[in-house]
Ligand binder design. Structure first.
Ligand code: NAD
Ligand code: MG
Length: 387
């Protein structure tokens, strides 16, 4: 029997994290959970630890350390807290692969440490590649580490590239559902609320990525993620809106042939592929029935109504620290929108201002990226505390 793959699951209490555990539950003979981490949901973390009996758990909020320790005291599980612990546990000898399902730039440092210590990476946390794609992919290459995409679009591209290693890519076509506001115009969206923005038609996800899907920033982040994962320049990456979310993305080759991966919208499939690659394991996921599904349609993204998508292209074209600034401004703005402090169109406005104000530089370390991230967020949050 093949040896088990030993997994550190960062962000186990979130949308991707809980679905990754559903996958792990299906394949106990293949996957062993060695590390579970969460930021604040101590009760769910404890419940998961009691079921999967990992070696270590980490709770982000240090004030909850004693609570988690007490709950797990007779389970022979080590319990740590805080940011530094995250950076340490990904390097442990008992870990083969790190699945990063943390949301936002908080995923940057632990993934970098994991890459440096040669762990294989399954990446849901796209912000890591958006902010520091060059540093991450170069360090992965130097350490013989593969970055397996979990994002459904990138998994579709990765699956379409199987067997095509030597064949140049002429174009990547990333599909977008269009989110809850597809077909609307600027004048319809001036006063939309977070409740409306949080109603995604096809996917149930964490709140930050759901707002990113409503603004189309999620697609912008995914274009940058694809650029780094597949080494394809921006001019060869297109976005097409496909409201049914069945064709998860496509690759065009030099002979004009286009390959795609299709499936029902269910993140467990790309999570499972990243964890069991190169094998495909029998799953109990519902199957796609093309006739029942009916028409698959495609349309151009509306860049005038959804300016976050062109802003992401612009930041990536400018390069250096600009994608980091874009991501930081977006995280800060989405946080303010989720707290009802700003309107929907303040999100692109704040990002555009941040990009206009930022001075160009080329960070070379995680610390430099994190300091630009902090500065950008502080400057946005300060402008609101002064109002
Ligand atoms: P989520 O908000 O549901 O979960 C986030 C997880 O990260 C939680 O376990 C939380 O405890 C942890 N976390 C949050 N802040 C943290 C911090 N500062 N330090 C340590 N841990 C922290 O988010 P999600 O929807 O599961 O998304 C996770 C990542 O996966 C994001 O980068 C998102 O873009 C990406 N992604 C998600 C989906 C999806 O369907 N949800 C699809 C594709 C990609
Ligand atoms: Mg996606």
């Amino acid at each position: 029997m093949a040896e088990k793959k030993r997994i550190a699951l960062l962000g186990s209490t979130g949308s991707i994290g809980t679905q990754a555990l559903e996958v792990a539950r299906q394949f106990p003979e293949l996957l062993q959970i060695e590390v579970l981490t969460a930021f604040s949901n101590a009760d769910l973390l404890i419940q998961q630890a009691k079921e999967f009996l990992p070696n270590v758990v980490v709770i982000g909020e240090e004030g909850k350390l004693e609570y988690v320790k007490e709950a797990l005291w007779d389970d022979d599980i080590k319990v740590y807290a805080g940011e530094k612990a995250l950076n340490d546990v990904v390097q442990m000898g008992c870990v083969d692969m790190v699945l990063s399902a943390i949301v936002g730039v908080a995923g940057l440092s632990p993934i970098y440490k994991a890459i440096e210590s040669g762990k294989q990476i399954a990446l849901a946390n796209k912000e890591t590649l958006v902010v520091a794609g060059e540093l991450m992919t170069r360090t992965a290459y130097e350490n013989g580490v593969n970055l397996y995409p979990v994002d459904s679009e990138h998994s579709a591209i990765f699956q379409s590239l199987a067997g095509e290693f030597h064949n140049p890519i002429s174009r990547l076509i990333i599909t977008a559902s269009g989110g809850p506001f597809r077909g609307k115009k600027r004048c319809d969206l001036q006063t939309v609320t977070k409740e409306q923005a949080l109603k995604h038609p096809n996917w149930s996800m964490g709140s930050k990525i759901t707002i990113d899907s409503a603004t189309l920033m999620n697609k912008g982040l995914e274009v940058i993620e694809a650029k780094w994962l597949f080494g394809v320049p921006l001019e060869k990456i297109d976005v097409v809106v496909h409201p049914q979310s069945i064709v998860h993305s496509l690759v065009e080759f030099e002979d004009g042939s286009v390959k795609a991966q299709l499936g029902l919208p269910d993140m467990k499939l790309p999570i499972q592929y990243a964890l069991t690659y190169p094998e495909r394991k029998c799953s109990n996921f519902p199957r796609l029935n093309l006739v029942e599904q009916g028409a698959l349609t495609f349309e151009e993204p509306d860049l005038e109504t959804f300016p976050c998508l062109p802003l992401a292209y612009e930041a990536s074209r400018r390069g250096g620290c600009m994608p980091c600034v874009l991501n930081a401004a977006n995280e800060a703005a989405v946080g303010l929108f989720l707290r009802d402090r700003i309107g929907f169109y303040d999100i692109p406005r704040l990002i555009e201002n941040a990009l206009a104000k930022a001075s160009f530089c080329v960070p070379t370390s995680v610390e430099e990226y994190l300091s630009i991230d902090k500065e950008t967020k502080q400057s946005i949050l300060q402008s609101f505390s002064n109002q």
